[in-house]
Ligand binder design. Structure first.
Ligand SMILES: *Cc1c(COP(=O)(O)O)cnc(C)c1O
Length: 372
């Protein structure tokens, strides 16, 4: 069976370095607050091209604490894309703010810019750009829309699926007032457990989040605000330091696979929509998403031929039961709903071999040859 990702194969490829890092941490006697977290924060901020990084225990916490540090008023609105990860809704809800869905476009799967413009009101205090599937969103166009509106609106980036991606010559995550990263094991840069980070060049947000993530302490047992426990631990930070050194190479391998899929699929199977690609947008292909009209039949066929696929995500968030209180109904976000019905994620990870890629493409072709 060809799996969607193969974290074991990745571990095998860096086993020596990882084992050494783990052993080093275990023997240090410091498991929370130590040299790994401090070093990782410096290295990661510099990798992204921002001034500060605060290590946290998840991408969800990065969103939650970052939004809290903005100091918005209860009831303020945050615009979010209609294909958002539920973590975005959770982070807004935890801050007693209101998420307002904006439909997506079917090119880069970011905001539909026309709908974005329509949804901005005097209550809009922030928007969250989610770089979905590794694909950078249209940052400059979005910044222009915010600048042209007569409101002061924060731009937040959710980079949980796009660590390392670039828009022109800057890494995504360096554009917003702050950006949220997830190091969940399956993400492009993944820990061996839960982990995340907030990146910002704003010193106030950095110090506020630093305070919040460690019980609001600005010194041992000196609590200046009510915070939480959202710390990154030493073991995960040690793992992340090792993996960060390999990330660009791994992302380049994902890009090669995506290019291969794209060329093969585009040339031979015209009714498959493959991911958008353009010189200025450097996607890191967290997922390789195609859109096909007969998605479920294709997925079943691939499964019968030992190829795993995944539907990201079968239900748009505005139609989830957990979002019912927000009052959306089917038909409110036509593009997002169409994508939920037609999107399919193919296997993609750095260790996927050329033979496996060819087999996947051949199998998709044979499905369409048989069903055309
Ligand atoms: C994974 C993910 C999150 C949540 O990250 P966790 O580390 O699991 O909390 C948020 N947003 C997006 C787009 C994600 O893919």
């Amino acid at each position: 069976m060809i799996s969607l990702v193969d974290l074991k194969a990745q571990y095998q490829s860096i086993k020596k370095e990882i084992d050494l890092a783990l052993q080093d941490t275990l023997e240090s006697g410091h498991y929370i607050h130590g040299k790994n977290v401090e070093a990782f924060e410096k290295e990661f901020a510099s990798y992204i091209g921002s001034r500060y990084c605060v290590g946290l225990n998840s991408g969800t916490d990065a969103l939650t604490l970052g939004i809290r540090a903005l100091g918005l008023n209860s009831g303020d609105n945050i615009l979010i894309p209609a294909n958002a990860h539920m973590a975005i809704v959770e982070a807004i809800d935890a801050n007693r703010l209101i998420p307002v869905f904006v439909d997506i476009n079917t090119q880069d799967y970011g905001f539909d810019l026309v709908d974005l413009q329509k949804k901005i009101t005097s209550k809009t205090k922030a928007i969250i750009v989610a770089h979905m599937f590794g694909q950078p969103g249209k940052i400059e166009e979005i910044q222009d829309i915010l600048n042209e509106s007569n409101h002061s609106i924060h731009l937040i980036e959710d980079v949980c699926q796009a660590t390392g991606a670039r828009y022109r010559d800057k890494r995504v995550g360096s554009f917003g007032i702050f950006s949220a990263f997830s190091f969940y094991p399956g993400k492009n840069l993944g820990a061996y457990g839960d982990a995340g980070a907030l990146v910002t060049s704003n010193p106030k947000i950095a110090s506020m989040v630093r305070l919040l993530q460690d019980h609001g302490q600005d010194g041992k047992f000196r609590h200046t605000i009510v915070g939480s426990n959202s710390r990154l631990d030493e073991i995960q930070a040690g793992v992340l330091r090792v993996k960060l050194r390999h990330l660009d190479k791994w992302n380049a391998l994902r890009q090669e696979i995506a290019e291969y899929y794209g060329k093969q699929c585009l040339e031979k199977v015209p009714f498959i929509s493959t991911p958008y690609s353009q010189a200025e947008w450097h996607s890191v292909y967290y997922a390789y998403i195609i859109r096909v009209p007969d998605r479920d039949r294709l997925a079943a066929y691939l499964k019968r031929h030992d190829i795993k696929t995944l539907v990201y995500y079968p239900t748009a968030p505005h139609l989830q039961r957990a979002a019912m209180h927000l009052g959306y109904v089917e038909g409110d976000m036509p593009h997002a709903e169409e994508c939920a019905a037609t999107m399919l994620g193919l296997p993609i990870y750095p260790e996927l071999s050329a033979e496996e890629c060819r087999y996947i493409v051949d199998t998709i072709e044979s499905f369409y040859a048989a069903h055309a």
